[in-house]
Design a protein around this ligand. Structure first.
Ligand SMILES: [Fe+2]
Ligand SMILES: [Fe+2]
Length: 293
């Protein structure tokens, strides 16, 4: 009885103060996103090729990884800026957790990138770093000079594309994926959390901006921009490894398949994805790893 009275009192105080701690204590938080601060210890001899038999796909994965320490902080800063335009407490909580997950992702990618960059000759490593700095400056420019609408559509375009790709491999456990040690855990954990927070960028876009045509047009533009950078990293690495650059369909689009095409439709909503039954069990394993750190 006493605890019920206390809860009612806390709700009343929360209604007047909107203090985030009370939001949690009152059990008002409806977010289904869990933050797992995992710090993988990558072996120094982590393979350059995530898929040993598929060097081209593997270099595409390295290119993806190289963008993460720039793309994900950009998303985090964007969410922070967008918070002032959001008046839905649950969505604000989702945005906070989305940002925390993305923060954990890019810090792990930055560490594996450091090792992987060292697997190229000095000139190639320097060239990769040069493109990385260019990408960082570009996102800085987007945040400072472009509208909130532009930035939120960029985020949604990126998240829709990568979530579709993550869903493509969602039913494959990392043990059976054939991916080499180090990359296997990182990519699996990252893909599963991308699925877990799949609705956030979409919901924020709809809450703050809205509009189907702009979502698709600006989303495609953002995917083109992002894939252009991937292409630059990719071609530098292919050439460094003595491989020719052939025309290709970006791996994300191949992995996303029809799910990717569905993201371009007016009825698309990532909340409607049929999530694998064991998603939470697999995520819990990474959660246990986080607690051990
Ligand atoms: Fe991420
Ligand atoms: Fe994400």
């Amino acid at each position: 009885m006493r605890s019920r009275s206390l809860r009612i009192a806390l709700h009343i105080v929360y209604a007047h103060t909107h203090h985030p701690i009370l939001f949690d204590i009152c059990g008002l938080n409806m977010s289904s996103i869990t933050v797992r601060k995992v710090d993988f210890e990558f072996p120094e001899d982590v393979a350059l090729y995530a898929l040993p038999g598929m060097p081209r796909v593997s270099l595409f994965i390295v290119a993806f990884s190289l963008t993460m320490p720039y793309l994900e902080p950009y998303l985090i800063r964007m969410m922070l800026k967008a918070t002032q335009h959001v008046n839905d407490e649950n969505l604000i909580e989702d945005m906070k957790r989305f940002s925390q997950q993305e923060g954990n992702h890019y810090r792990n990618h930055a560490r594996i990138n450091q090792i992987v960059r060292g697997k190229f000759d000095a000139a190639t490593a320097a060239e990769l770093l040069r493109i990385e700095h260019e990408l960082k400056a570009e996102y800085e420019l987007f945040l400072n000079d472009k509208s909130m609408r532009y930035n939120l559509a960029y985020a949604e375009g990126f998240e829709a594309m990568t979530c579709a790709a993550a869903m493509g491999g969602a039913n494959r456990s990392q043990e059976k994926s054939g991916v080499s040690k180090g990359w296997a855990e990182l990519l699996d954990w990252h893909a599963l959390e991308e699925i877990e927070h799949r609705t956030v960028a979409f919901d924020v876009y709809n809450h703050v901006v809205g509009g189907y045509f702009y979502r698709v047009a600006a989303g495609l533009r953002s995917q083109f921009h992002y894939l252009y950078y991937i292409h630059r990293f990719y071609t530098v690495m292919l050439k460094a490894k003595g491989m020719r650059v052939y025309p290709y369909v970006p791996f994300f689009l191949l992995a996303g398949g029809f799910r990717y095409l569905n993201t371009l439709m007016p009825w698309y909503n990532p909340a409607n994805y049929k999530i694998p039954n064991d998603l939470n069990r697999r995520l819990d394993q990474y959660g246990a790893l986080a607690k051990e750190n």
